[in-house]
Design a protein around this ligand. Structure first.
Ligand SMILES: NC(=O)c1ccc[n+]([C@@H]2O[C@H](COP(=O)([O-])OP(=O)(O)OC[C@H]3O[C@@H](n4cnc5c(N)ncnc54)[C@H](OP(=O)(O)O)[C@@H]3O)[C@@H](O)[C@H]2O)c1
Length: 374
């Protein structure tokens, strides 16, 4: 099978297409024929050994390979079809469409997935591309805002990096939890972030996040733009500061935060089947939509990486491994901005929607000078 393999840490150029053996599912595992896979911030950090904050370069290399990566195929977000079922698996059968998240392996034509891990049957309304756009960002947003920060209806939530891989879902999740949401990104993202559910938008180029006054019950920083001392003045009594990228310095500030009546939440995401279940329920209720920035063919994975590393985007970046099967969006309304081809890298506006979604879609498309697909 074809796989995007990396044997040393480095830039996108270390990733090469190779023929490798198709994995065989063991007990409790399924073999998934990958239809689409995300290229996420986690993938580029692992590829480049660019471990932030707490997971310093040394600790990261100890975990993932000191001189060279132990695991050679990256890709955690996946969607596809079950091709084989290992012993003891009862939840899935050959031919089932599935999506989910696991540590690596999805940047290949086939991947072995633990059946009791973060994998579920794909909701009918999602195509593979849309389904693969969800797990990394949406699971992270759900876990941090719902489980760790315990966002309650009516609370004021600030999301820094509100249009990124995690942020575009964080705005929707906070909104679904009943919060009043302020989203921070660059000015051209205003209409998207507002359409996703933000009550207020802040352009960080005009107003740096540390200049905001709040008060906010939760400050969720997906970018690493704020430290606790910079966020403390904008936190309400009982406020929670939730940085996704954190270091030892943040840990040292926990006592100070408690003295101020605040909490610093420093956690690592644990992706779960239960989390995916919550997401699929939100999708079915129309409270969560895939947000796709660009779709690349598998062969253009280096370009996809380069784009993700730019740290400037609108939602997920997805590899389409089966254009003939999945290139058109499914019936699910979703933001799908650009489709890039290997040769031209030309961007084509694309959007699938239902009449009920027109109000939701129109301002976003107008801001991008795009028209809905008919
Ligand atoms: N702790 C954990 O378990 C965990 C789990 C998942 C992810 N993470 C980490 O979380 C981070 C977020 O990942 P991601 O995929 O969402 O990143 P991303 O897509 O690269 O984030 C980009 C977003 O940040 C905005 N932005 C850039 N510079 C900014 C600034 N100075 N102030 C405010 N906003 C700014 C961008 O806006 P514009 O495009 O408009 O410039 C865009 O909205 C990653 O570093 C990842 O490693 C941690």
């Amino acid at each position: 099978m074809k796989a995007a393999v990396y044997k040393q840490y480095g830039g996108p150029e270390v990733v090469q297409m190779e023929e490798i053996a198709r994995p065989v599912p063991g007990k409790g595992e399924i073999l998934v024929r990958i239809g689409a896979a995300g290229v996420t911030t986690a993938d580029w950090r692992l590829r480049a050994a660019a471990f932030p904050g707490l997971i310093s370069t040394v600790a990261g290399r100890l975990m993932f390979g000191v001189l060279r990566p132990r695991k050679r195929v990256l890709g955690s977000d996946f969607a596809g079809t079950v091709a084989e079922v290992g012993e003891g698996v009862t939840e899935f059968a050959v031919g089932d469409r599935v999506f989910g998240f696991q540590f690596g392996g999805a940047h290949a034509e086939y991947a072995v997935v633990k059946a009791d891990g973060a994998v579920l049957k794909t909701p009918e309304i999602l195509g593979d591309v849309e389904a693969a756009a969800l797990p990394f960002g949406a699971l992270c947003a759900l876990e941090f805002l719902d489980r760790f920060a315990g966002v309650k209806p009516g609370e004021k939530v600030l999301i820094v990096g509100a249009s990124g891989g995690v942020g575009a879902y964080a705005v929707q999740v906070a909104n679904a939890l009943g919060a009043e949401v302020t989203g921070v990104a660059s000015g051209e993202r205003a209409e998207l972030v507002t359409a996703l559910g933000a009550n207020r938008f802040v352009d960080y180029r005009a107003t740096p996040p540390e200049a905001l006054s709040g008060p906010f019950d939760v400050v969720f920083d997906t970018v690493g733009a704020l430290s606790y001392p910079q966020a403390a003045h904008m936190l309400a009594a009982g406020g929670r500061f939730v940085p996704l990228n954190f270091g030892v310095a943040d840990m040292g500030k926990s006592r100070q935060a408690r003295r101020n009546g605040h909490e610093i939440i420093l956690k690592v995401n644990g992706d779960s089947k239960e989390g995916l279940r919550q997401l699929t329920a939100m999708i079915a209720e129309g409270r969560l939509h895939p947000v796709i920035d660009r779709i690349y063919p598998f062969a253009a994975i280096r370009e996809a990486y380069a784009h993700v590393e730019s740290r400037s985007r609108k939602g997920a970046v997805v590899l389409d491994l089966a254009p003939a099967r999945t290139c058109r969006a499914g019936p699910m309304p979703c933001y799908c901005v650009q489709r890039t081809s290997v040769r031209s890298l030309a961007c084509v506006g694309e959007f699938s929607h239902r009449p009920s979604m027109a109000a939701f879609a129109t301002p976003v498309l107008a801001s991008w000078n795009r028209k809905p697909l008919t």
